[in-house]
Design a protein around this ligand. Structure first.
Ligand SMILES: Cc1cc2nc3c(=O)[nH]c(=O)nc-3n(C[C@H](O)[C@H](O)[C@H](O)COP(=O)(O)OP(=O)(O)OC[C@H]3O[C@@H](n4cnc5c(N)ncnc54)[C@H](O)[C@@H]3O)c2cc1C
Length: 418
């Protein structure tokens, strides 16, 4: 089969791998000049299935309002009455009950754990390098209230059978010795040793290069204009390089997927949630962290990517605006420096903003959307790097007419059509 994949972020590139592996003629179309240049470029690097949970959670609406009112607020939303944001926010509010949270979390966990095992197999099957680090993730708590939250999370992890340890300050420093330099109060920590980290941009670049050598065509610097259908069936796409025909089309365009699908009457509830990251060189391996650390107090995730540190956080509902705000960079540096004051060249930090393609309930949207030959791999939100290999394997199986290895319940477009 000739298959067109639209978008070469982490999701499109991984989809190309799984479809190529199943023997198909794969062509990837990407507007940028190489793979992984959009949201997959500067994310926090966490490969953290244990964390996978929806942002739509009980108590979250009030928490968001409170956080938005703080000076230096980690959360911000525009009050401009934009229809898409208002519709998405209402759907999100409906998903914030305890019952819905549990349903959605279980769905995300199902994908995320499967995905990490798919990634590990992919690493055995290809020679790609992306600063993968299997050292687990440590969630840090600075207040008694955060420790209580940690206990609730630990109970849920026990229920899901996920390895974890609740630690005090000495225990946290035991697993991540560089915390001995921290200038914050460590009230407690939750260690999830099965999680990992890696650079998703390097993954995309390395995998795309390998796939190109294997015969997969990557058509860079090519913008997709619209989808082409004949008799209700997807037959290709109109692009800046002309019409490209295919037997099947996979949409992996992150935040741009809703606009592409709208003319076909497919209303994808995916809204961009802006975040920021810094990347700084490590100057002393003795002082910079080895494992991923999630500062729960400031909602900042810090990962070691080879000889660099990446830290990311913040959430802004401001449409597709990608402008960089220096106060966000200063805040990220302040937070990381308070935990790891030594061994990192903060003056050399680069700054980035990206848009998480969020569904209101949390899980991604996979597979069929009612148009024959058209497949979705969209809405990966704040866990897209963690979920990409799993969702891409699922979508590749669906394209080939094979039953996926995980249950699809709650992971398809159908849940928004009811
Ligand atoms: C601040 C931040 C921190 C994050 N931290 C983590 C983390 O620690 N762990 C984790 O698992 N996830 C994390 N994420 C989420 C993760 O980065 C995303 O879910 C993931 O990158 C989405 O991948 P994607 O391939 O769907 O989208 P993208 O990477 O955006 O790829 C879509 C591609 O489609 C292309 N495209 C779009 N429109 C067109 C067009 N018209 N024509 C041609 N090409 C087009 C784009 O150029 C792009 O390359 C984070 C995100 C942010 C913003």
């Amino acid at each position: 089969m000739k298959i067109l994949i639209l978008g070469a972020g982490v999701v499109g590139t991984a989809t190309a791998y799984y479809l190529h592996r199943q023997g198909h003629n794969v062509e990837v179309v990407e507007r940028h000049s190489s793979a992984g240049m959009d949201t997959s470029f500067g994310n926090a690097g966490g490969l953290c299935p244990s964390f996978a949970a929806p942002w739509a959670a009980p108590g979250m609406p009030l928490k968001v309002l409170k956080m938005a009112m703080q000076a230096d607020a980690p959360v911000r939303f525009s009050l401009w009455p934009e229809i898409d944001r208002m519709r998405w926010s209402l759907q999100w509010l409906r998903e914030c009950s305890s019952k819905r949270f549990l349903v959605n979390k279980l769905r995300m966990q199902r994908v995320a754990h499967y995905s990490l095992s798919c990634l590990r197999s992919l690493m055995e099957e290809t020679p790609i390098a992306f600063d993968f680090h299997p050292g687990g993730v440590l969630q840090l708590f600075q207040t008694p209230a955060e420790c209580e939250y940690g206990k609730i999370s630990a109970a849920a992890l026990t229920e899901f059978g996920i390895p974890h340890h609740l630690l005090d300050q000495a225990g946290a420093t035991g697993v991540e010795p560089t915390l001995r330099d921290a200038r914050i109060t460590i009230a407690g920590a939750l260690h999830m040793p099965a999680d990992a980290s890696g650079d998703s941009h390097a993954f995309c670049q390395s995998l795309a290069r390998w796939l190109e050598n294997e015969g997969v065509k990557f058509r860079f610097d090519t913008a997709v204009g619209r989808l082409l259908t004949e008799g209700g069936e997807a037959v290709g796409a109109e692009t800046s390089a002309g019409v490209l025909k295919a037997d099947a089309v996979v949409v992996a365009m992150g935040n741009q997927a809703p606009a592409l699908l709208a003319p076909l009457g497919i209303k994808l509830p995916v809204y961009p949630l802006k975040g920021f990251s810094i990347t700084a060189p490590v100057t002393s391996t003795e002082h910079a962290p080895n494992m991923s650390v999630m500062d729960e107090h400031n909602k900042v995730m810090i990962s070691r990517l080879g000889n660099r540190i990446r830290a990311a956080g913040m959430a802004e509902l401001v449409g597709h605006d990608l402008s960089l705000k220096l106060n966000r960079k200063d805040k990220l540096i302040r937070v990381v420096r308070s935990i790891f004051p030594n061994g990192i060249e903060y003056d050399q930090a680069t700054f980035w903003a990206g848009l998480r393609p969020m569904t209101p309930d949390g899980p991604p949207i996979l597979g069929s959307c009612g148009v024959k030959g058209l497949f979705l791999n969209s809405g990966h939100g704040s866990n897209g790097w963690t979920q990409a290999c799993g969702t891409s394997r699922v979508v590749a199986d669906l394209v080939c007419g094979r039953p996926p290895e995980i249950e699809l319940d709650g992971l398809t477009y159908e849940r928004f059509q009811r």
